[in-house]
Design a protein around this ligand. Sequence first.
Ligand SMILES: [Zn+2]
Ligand SMILES: [Zn+2]
Length: 108
Amino acid sequence: MRQFYKNVKVDTETLQFCAECEICGRIEYGLKVPFLCRSIKTLARCEKGKANKICRSLYNRAKANSTQIIAIKMNQCKRCHSWVCDNCFISEDEYGACTGCRKNVSEV
Ligand SMILES: [Zn+2]
Ligand SMILES: [Zn+2]
């Protein structure tokens, strides 16, 4: 989960936390950025952990919650450990692999 937390970014258009499928680029969204953190300046500071205490804690909490929300919608490949969407994940594969890894395996 910690590794995935780093993949969660803010979409500056919708102001939602989001993460991208590492194969097809599909974006899954989590929560909105807290109201207090929405200005471009504050957002940049929040991302660097340099905002004031209130903004920082709001931001971090929203990001942590979003990470959980998004992680439910996505799958981690057990082979290459990338996070992919349902379309790029083969759930019937007993090891749980993304389509990228599956392709490599079948080509061998
Ligand atoms: Zn995908
Ligand atoms: Zn994989």
